[in-house]
Design a protein around this ligand. Structure first.
Ligand code: 13P
Length: 329
């Protein structure tokens, strides 16, 4: 879904960047490549992408892609997930230094130990994990379907890894299950405190507060809706409210401002994902030129990791209202 929302800035001020953009678009056609970009990617990366979305939608797009080459603008775990779902394709990191800190907060060994000590529990693993960790899971989840996934399981005991905040949100939404939660966190959302949101709420008392479920429980408590990044974007577009406080990475807020000129959005200034912003136009061009760095995973890891991801995709995305709207604010 390339769009022209950042077009003016690119065309007017950034002539060298414009040349890179032109080269990328030309080479993309010649190579028959698909460019996927996560919602936190900078505006110029979103501009050259064929699709921009949340983790779940990008996984499905990778799985269903017709092109033989995918250039993935996002963190390591998303690129690897694309390869697991499309093993016959050439899947390229736009930048293989964009490594998600949360995904590094749990190892396959940690998971094997947890499984030994809780043999009756089902392991639900956030998609923000390594391929090797996915091999140890019963089922994966994304922010767009974590509650739905846990509800779908017949087990009463659940091990939820690695995000403590998403785990707490799921525990709150699925009180009938016993959920053991790992202590990982997102370095963007976990740094947002209740007072940061309350400051904005005091300045904009009519604004609807929408929050990503990777935020701390006391921040989630302030929300009118708790949603994945795509869920937030859809909510802002379809809601009758005119003003929003958006508690997630700032690029999502930028996107809402561009998409909804008749509405007002306020973001948390420090919510900036340095990891994802490591992807630059030059990286995308180089990936297309050299067909590197390519995701390379052992065949048995791809086989084993695919199962929990496919189980997740079979359950699907939560309805906006089911996953998101929860408090009577
Ligand atoms: P979604 O875009 O899937 O909501 O998640 C954000 C994220 O975890 C990026 O690392």
């Amino acid at each position: 879904m390339s769009d022209l929302r950042m077009g003016a800035a690119l065309w007017d001020d950034e002539l060298p960047q414009l040349k890179v953009v032109e080269k990328i678009l030309k080479l993309k056609e010649e190579r028959n490549a698909l460019i996927l970009a996560h919602n936190y990617q900078s505006a110029e990366i979103q501009f050259v992408a064929d699709y921009v979305g949340d983790t779940l939608s990008l996984s499905m797009l990778a799985r269903d892609a017709e092109q033989p080459i995918i250039v993935f603008c996002g963190p390591d775990f998303m690129v690897e997930t694309a390869k697991i779902l499309a093993p016959d394709k050439i899947v390229l990191y736009a930048n293989d230094n964009a490594r998600c800190p949360m995904a590094a907060m749990i190892t396959p060994e940690d998971l094997r130990t947890l499984k030994k000590t809780h043999p009756n529990a089902k392991v639900v693993g956030y998609i923000n994990t390594s391929a090797e960790c996915k091999c140890e899971m019963d089922i994966c989840c994304a922010s767009a379907n974590a509650v739905k996934i846990v509800r779908s399981l017949d087990a009463e005991d659940i091990i939820f890894v690695p995000d403590q905040n998403l785990g707490s949100y799921v525990r709150r939404m699925v009180p009938e299950k016993t959920i053991l939660i790992w202590s990982g966190f997102c370095s963007v959302h976990h740094m947002i405190h209740k007072e940061d949101v309350l400051d904005l709420a005091r300045a904009h008392p009519r604004a609807r507060i929408i929050v990503h479920p990777e935020c701390r429980p006391e921040v989630v408590d302030l929300a009118a809706a708790v949603l994945s990044t795509d869920g937030m974007i859809m909510y802002a577009a379809s809601s009758e409210d005119r003003e929003f406080i958006v508690v997630t990475e700032l690029e999502v807020v930028n996107r809402m401002i561009e998409d909804n000129p008749d509405k007002e959005f306020h973001g948390i200034e420090k919510a900036y994902c340095r990891t994802q912003k490591k992807v630059k136009l030059e990286n995308v061009l180089k990936s297309l030129e050299t067909l590197a760095p390519e995701v390379s995973l052992p065949g048995d890891v791809i086989e084993r990791a695919r199962l929990p991801i496919e189980r997740m995709l079979a359950v699907g995305r939560a309805e906006l209202a089911t996953q998101g709207v929860k408090h009577d604010t």
